[in-house]
Design a protein around this ligand. Structure first.
Ligand code: ADP
Ligand code: MG
Length: 655
């Protein structure tokens, strides 16, 4: 029978993992650690946890008589949500009952009922902080470990000791073929179990010349594939998957595809779906729709479709060969998002997506030469070797891992990154001169956010600042994607409406103002989604972001209550400005060149590190009008795009 008419249980039975279920369970029963390797789509993420549950691994009781549960970590929030949803359907239960998920600021589990819990790696790290033995769990599956996120590496290191304390805990590490041997060696020759895959050959086509504009090239390639392979009798011989770098270029690609299709005379039908992590869940689900003989589907995705989400029925892959990567520069103390070439191993993984249901073709929008010289690494660089480690260092210090030199890192971070991160923690007062956690540092680790933001919250509770009510809002607003909506064709209108929200010389206070107005609307409209949505559209605000900000704020309030921190309203805006100034003092900048006559940009330098010229981000409220730029500002972060931009800025008077 064709796949789409099979029942959900029949679909399960057809997965490669199902065929080897007995042996897999035996391997896991006989070993404390098992490395499971399998092609994307073989059923690791959706099936393993269910197998363990069905075999009774979640039936041992903890000391309170509660059943121990099976946890499965995911590097990405979207994957945790989407997979939990799918598995709850397979187990025929409501999401958040037997099967649930936990991501930052969102817990969809039930303490009584949940037996399978999908969670992000970051959440598991925080759970270790609360219970270093993870007593709630009988098994933990570390899924997608080959991704080697910062959290993967820290968790792996922590598990080395944890497994000695918890002899009854099972650890299953799943990995795509790349990197698997590293895990085996790390856990003292833990056995590898390979799920035999069904893969079909994929023809790889390279570009003859390196492309100028990857969005344009990708659109052209998709249309060529679509038009050349649609006939009267068969409008769809296979779906298309495009790898882009992020939300912006995915949206542009989808728009351009639509435009070009409309210009054609009666083209065969093509459904266009974007997928990226901040896309609302209902839209995400669409990419899983089954293959249709009469309509081709093109999914334009970030790296998320490389291994963590499986889209069935893909025959063609179009790969830009690029990925957006966070890279931290320890010399400048600045994190940048850069678009860089993927590694050869990632490129193979991407192409492989075309050969899941039959022979496929991968079109690479780069030359074969690019894969052979130094332009592409053979393997991806683990995050721990290129990112700011402050957050993780704070966590390890809270776990009393004092000697980082002796922590069992799979790949140790470079010394300059390590020193810089410790230095940053010392500067903000989280560590003392001996590198020990201060009481501020230990309070900071109670909040699941970057150190500057936790510090901001803790300072705001002090009597001298007395503004935690406001700061909680500011922090929540800084933890979401931008609330402002600025469609290209209505940019002017959007800008002039936005002016209404601006609070003098402060992006932070402007965010606070937007949130407060939204709260008023919530009351006025009696929380009617429809009314709120009209209000948001009219004011060029993103309703989804505002809803999320509210959820985050509620979660933060719970943490405040748990640690008995006061929630107090400020006496004036000055309290908030002073608090911002105190928390961000290492990000204090002085004006060195004004925007005289309005046609040059104001220039700033950081007061501590005076080397680099910085500018106000174009979206900053401080840019507007004819006002002179303020002499001193604090900024939330530094972004490198075409210039070094300070984003989210507030004028302060440090004297
Ligand atoms: P792996 O982890 O080995 O890559 P998965 O367990 O994620 O494999 O996927 C197994 C199968 O389940 C795939 O065929 C995939 O398409 C399907 N699947 C996974 N998630 C969903 C979903 N949300 N909706 C529909 N099908 C899904
Ligand atoms: Mg998976």
């Amino acid at each position: 029978a064709p796949i789409d008419t099979l029942s959900i249980q029949q679909q399960r039975r057809q997965l490669p993992a199902f065929a080897v279920r007995k042996d897999l369970i035996r391997a896991i029963s006989e070993n404390q650690v098992t490395i499971v390797i399998g092609e994307t789509g073989s059923g690791k993420t959706t099936q393993l946890a269910q197998f363990l549950y069905e075999e009774g691994f979640a039936s041992s009781l903890d000391k309170n008589g509660q059943k121990k549960i099976i946890g499965c970590t995911q590097p990405r929030r979207v994957a945790a949500m989407s997979v939990a949803k799918r598995v709850s359907e397979e187990m025929n239960c409501k999401l958040s009952e037997e099967v649930g998920y936990v991501i930052r600021f969102e817990d969809r589990t039930s303490p009584q009922k949940t037996v399978i819990k999908y969670l992000t790696e970051g959440i598991l790290l925080r759970e270790i902080l609360i219970d270093p033995n993870l007593e709630d769990y009988s098994c933990i599956i570390m899924d997608e470990a080959h991704e080697r996120t910062l959290s993967t590496d820290v968790l792996l290191g922590l598990f080395r000791k944890l497994l000695m304390r918890r002899k009854d805990l099972k650890l299953i590490v799943t990995s795509a073929t790349m990197n698997a041997d590293r895990f085996t060696r790390f856990f003292g020759d833990a056995p590898q179990f390979t799920i035999p895959g069904r893969t079909f050959p994929v023809d790889i086509m390279f570009s003859k010349t390196s492309c100028q504009d990857y969005v344009e090239s990708a659109v052209k390639q998709v249309l060529t594939i679509h038009l050349q392979n649609s006939s009267k009798s068969k409008l769809n011989d296979g779906d298309i998957l495009v790898f882009m770098t992020g939300q912006e270029d995915i949206e542009v690609t989808c728009e351009l595809l639509k435009e070009k299709l409309e210009m054609l005379d009666d083209p065969p039908p093509l459904d266009i779906y974007p997928i990226y992590s901040t896309l609302p869940a209902d839209l995400q689900k669409k990419i899983f729709s089954k293959k249709n003989e009469f309509r081709r589907k093109v999914v334009v995705a970030t790296n998320i479709a490389e291994t963590s989400l499986t889209v069935d029925g893909i025959k063609y892959v179009v790969d830009t060969g690029l990925i957006k990567m966070k890279v931290y520069n320890p010399k400048l103390g600045m994190e940048t998002l850069q678009v860089v070439p993927v590694s050869v191993a990632n490129a193979q993984q991407r192409s492989g997506r075309a050969g899941r249901t039959g022979p496929g073709v991968a079109y690479r929008l780069y030359t074969e030469r690019a894969t052979k010289n130094d332009q592409m690494h053979l393997q991806p660089i683990p995050e721990i070797q290129r990112t700011n480690l402050s957050n993780v260092m704070l966590l390890l210090k809270s776990l009393k891992v004092d000697n980082l030199q002796r922590f069992p890192f799979l790949d140790p971070p470079p010394q300059d990154l390590l020193s810089r991160s410790l230095y940053d923690l010392w500067v903000i007062g989280a560590l003392d001169n001996f590198g020990n956690l201060t009481s501020l540092g230990s309070d900071m680790s109670n909040f699941p956010m970057e150190p500057t933001l936790s510090k901001l919250i803790i300072l705001s509770c002090k009597n001298e600042f007395h503004c935690s009510e406001e700061i909680l809002t500011v922090v929540s607003m800084l933890s979401i994607p931008s609330v402002f909506f600025r469609p290209k064709e209505r940019a002017q209108e959007a800008d002039s409406i936005r002016e209404k929200y601006v609070i003098a010389e402060s992006d932070h206070l402007t965010l606070l103002n937007v949130y407060n107005q939204w709260q008023q609307q919530l009351v006025k409209s009696n929380s009617s989604y429809k009314k709120l949505s009209i209000w948001c559209d009219k004011n060029f605000l993103q309703i989804k972001s505002l809803i999320r900000a509210r959820e985050i704020r509620n979660q933060l309030v719970l943490i405040m209550k748990k640690y008995k921190l006061p929630i107090s309203k400020s006496r004036s805006d000055d309290d908030v400005r002073k608090c911002l100034c105190a928390a961000y003092f290492q990000q204090l900048a002085r004006l060195i060149k004004n925007n005289i006559s309005g046609n040059s940009q104001a220039e700033y330098v950081n007061l501590r590190n005076k080397v680099m010229t910085m500018y106000l981000h174009p979206t900053s409220a401080l840019n507007g009008g004819t006002d002179m730029a303020p002499n001193f500002v604090v900024y939330h972060e530094l972004l490198l795009t075409t210039k070094e931009y300070m984003s989210c800025v507030t004028a302060v008077d440090p004297l």
